[in-house]
Design a protein around this ligand. Structure first.
Ligand SMILES: Cc1cc2nc3c(=O)[nH]c(=O)nc-3n(C[C@H](O)[C@H](O)[C@H](O)COP(=O)(O)OP(=O)(O)OC[C@H]3O[C@@H](n4cnc5c(N)ncnc54)[C@H](O)[C@@H]3O)c2cc1C
Length: 300
């Protein structure tokens, strides 16, 4: 049976579009399915991405999509992939509009979802002044009063790192700190305060934080807050096909971006804790080439 497409890419953001470009230029017939919900969509400006530093995420995506769509063998579907199965050596992908397409290879570039605590103001400020990464946004809030929302080992390590960007730092552990006495001493030695009082609200204007309110009625004036939230895979279709996850919840891949299921690849945030546009784009680029090589080796 002949497949409708050589490759279906699920997720058409940075990693997915990057793979689509490599495959389009390799003369492959590609379908990109994208639900249009990249994880950085709320952030006003993307940084630390050479050639596009300070651009809006929407501008970068639109430019990428325009360039990819110049290849007539790359097709784009705005919507969600809802089911995936293998049939007769091909992958069958169904969409939210009831359509079904087949392909020889599959790439998941579906990203992750940050699971935020139910504290008013955090979700609204995510990517604006509640930040995931100092390399992406630390420069803009350097030397400003800043909090870190984390506890234990994660909070300690995060505090060490953010101390590079600002010395006005408070670690908010939102309950018992789970820090060792050595860690508490080390933090104090760098004038990093630790506050264990539960956080009840993040007060902000259009996502820009002014202060954090605590359960005991006190408050802390800050301009930025870093946080590491738990995450889940945006798309569970890789697991439904049998792709293994790592102990941390990422899709397990090898150095070729191949998952544990033959013919299925993954790239971008769904595979790594190193979360940046350039890393996602590099992974998509590699996935595109590796998928093409696999097909060349099968066909030659
Ligand atoms: C708040 C925030 C700010 C950031 N700021 C920066 C920055 O300034 N600089 C920087 O370098 N990095 C930044 N990053 C990191 C960067 O945004 C990510 O590394 C990058 O977006 C990952 O690209 P991706 O393609 O893997 O996933 P994403 O960009 O998250 O895209 C995944 C895509 O897959 C789609 N999708 C998922 N499931 C399905 C499905 N079943 N069917 C169809 N489509 C589906 C989604 O809708 C989405 O469009 C930021 C991240 C966050 C969270």
């Amino acid at each position: 049976m002949k497949a409708d497409f050589d490759v279906i890419i699920i997720g058409g953001s940075y990693a997915g579009l990057s793979a689509a470009m490599a495959l389009g230029r390799a003369l492959r017939n590609v379908l990109v399915i994208d639900a249009g919900q990249p994880c950085n969509r709320q952030t006003p400006h993307a940084h630390n991405f050479i050639t596009n530093d300070g651009e809006t995420p929407a501008t970068i995506s639109a430019k990428a999509r325009k360039q990819v769509m110049q290849y007539p063998n790359v097709h784009f579907y705005n919507g969600t992939a809802t089911a995936a199965r293998e049939n007769d050596g091909l992958f069958v992908i169904e969409t939210d509009k009831g359509e079904s397409n087949t392909s020889r290879k599959l790439l998941f570039a579906t990203g992750i979802v940050d699971v935020m605590p139910a504290i008013p103001g955090i979700e609204q400020s995510w990517g604006i002044s509640v930040l995931h990464c100092p390399y992406c946004h630390g420069y803009e809030v350097r030397n400003q009063p800043t909090a870190i929302f984390a506890s234990g080992e994660v909070g300690f390590e995060f505090a060490k790192i953010i101390n590079n960007w600002t010395k006005e730092l408070t670690l908010l552990t939102n309950g018992p700190s789970q820090l060792t006495s050595e860690q508490i001493t080390a933090l104090a030695g760098h004038n990093i305060s630790v506050n264990e009082t539960p956080v009840t609200k993040v007060n902000h204007q259009d996502g820009y934080i002014s202060n954090v309110a605590f359960a005991d009625g006190s408050g802390l004036a800050i301009n930025a807050m870093y946080a590491k939230f738990p995450f889940r895979q945006t798309c569970e279709l890789p697991q439904s096909l049998g792709c293994a996850l790592t102990e941390h919840g990422f899709i397990k891949i090898d150095e070729m971006q191949a998952t544990t299921v033959n013919g299925v690849f993954a790239a971008g945030d769904n595979t790594t804790m190193f979360r940046s546009l350039s890393i996602a784009i590099a992974a998509g680029n590699r996935a595109g080439a590796m998928i093409n090589h696999q097909m060349i080796n099968e066909d030659f």
